[in-house]
Design a protein around this ligand. Structure first.
Ligand code: HPA
Ligand code: ZN
Length: 358
């Protein structure tokens, strides 16, 4: 059974032909809620920044680096991802990385992007917190001015490090408190359960920050429950393993907790053997607030629209109404003010209504 929201105006979804649907989705207003900005570093930019900063890379060419993008699991990806991020040194570098992503996002119809960043990956190498945050923030402000794209930052803690390190990172970021809207939890999941970070998430809550956490990507459904109960997570990043606990699925539906699902990422990191085997359509049909996202687009073979397009190609049973619901979920699951979310949702409805008129 499917659960659908009601559009703000009648939309005859049945009139939208399947060959028109891809174009309609690609041009629709949408939000991206699960993108690691360091995962948007294209190999060409990695080489440009390495040359600019005199950093020597372990790979002789762009092609050699790209050919290393064959991953067997999350950890094999993270090793390459952290190596790529080592070229980022100056405020301009962080700006240029975020700007390159936001430019692509704007061209894909993204009206709201909530960007994850990993400060510890940089502060550990001696890059000051202010350099990281101010460079990223400058690009976000520019995106608002140039395209009206609302871009916000979410500070992620690396879960393979200690909670003390996370607490210290949060303190270091306090001079820039108004530059980010929330905290997240990423990096190696298995063996680093949410409970390890209960205190730092409680502190973030006291500071009025939003809270999200990666859970149920490679880790078990119990990590999702712990992220809800112990971290007070408002969204779950990935969450695809929730189906292993039917009670948890019911709870996620009841509480309307959004899942930021990343189809191409899940294939590249072998969470599912193929896109056709991905459980996203089942999650949607179960009434979960599923959203589509790119995760680390430079590494996983596609930005946001490629994720929507590949998903549709692999699951022809996904209807125009399903795609509308996914797009609407992305807008409504953002941390933007409710009035703005409604405006975006109305724009989405206009877009689909025009598509249905042909
Ligand atoms: N999972 C966990 N940590 C990450 C990811 C991911 O997909 N991408 C970047 N850091
Ligand atoms: Zn992620």
């Amino acid at each position: 059974m499917s659960t659908f929201d009601t559009p703000s105006r009648p939309i005859d979804f049945g009139r939208i032909e399947s060959d028109e649907l891809v174009a309609l989705v690609r041009t629709a207003p949408k939000a991206e809620l699960h993108i690691h900005i360091e995962g948007s570093l294209e190999p060409e930019l990695i080489f440009d920044l390495a040359a600019r900063n005199g950093v020597t890379l372990a790979y002789p060419s762009v092609q050699a680096l790209r050919s290393a993008y064959a991953f067997k699991d999350l950890q094999s990806f993270l090793d390459v991802y952290y190596a790529g991020a080592s070229v980022l040194l100056t405020e301009q570098d962080f700006h240029d990385m975020a700007w390159a992503y936001l430019k692509r996002a704007a061209a894909e119809g993204v009206v709201c992007a909530e960007l994850f960043f990993d400060p510890q990956t940089h502060t550990q190498r001696g890059v000051p917190m202010g350099v990281v945050i101010q460079g990223l923030k400058r690009a976000c402000d520019q995106a608002q001015q140039v395209w009206g794209l609302r871009a916000e930052l979410i500070l992620c803690f690396l879960r393979h490090l200690t909670e003390e390190a996370a607490l210290q990172t949060l303190e270091e970021a306090m001079p820039y408190r108004d530059h980010f809207i929330g905290v997240g939890l990423d990096s190696s999941e298995v063996g680093h359960p949410p409970e390890k970070f209960a205190r730092v998430f409680a502190r973030a809550g006291e500071l009025g920050l939003h809270r999200v956490a990666h859970a149920g990507e490679e880790g078990p459904a119990a990590y999702i429950t712990a992220a809800l109960d112990l971290l007070k997570a408002q969204r779950i990043d990935h969450g695809v393993r929730c189906t292993e606990d039917p009670d948890l699925v019911q709870r996620l539906v009841r509480e309307g907790i959004p899942l930021t699902v990343c189809p191409l990422s899940n294939i590249k990191l072998c969470v599912f053997p193929s896109l056709a085997a991905h459980n996203l359509p089942g999650l949607l049909r179960a009434g979960l607030v599923v959203t589509v996202n790119s995760d680390d687009p430079a590494y996983f073979g596609g930005y946001l629209n490629e994720n929507y397009t590949a998903l549709l190609a692999a699951h022809p049973s996904l209807s125009a109404q399903h795609m509308w619901q996914l797009l609407r979920n992305s807008l409504m699951a953002s941390f933007a003010p409710p009035a703005l979310k409604l405006q975006w949702a109305q724009r989405l409805d206009e877009h689909f209504a025009a598509g249905a008129r042909g």
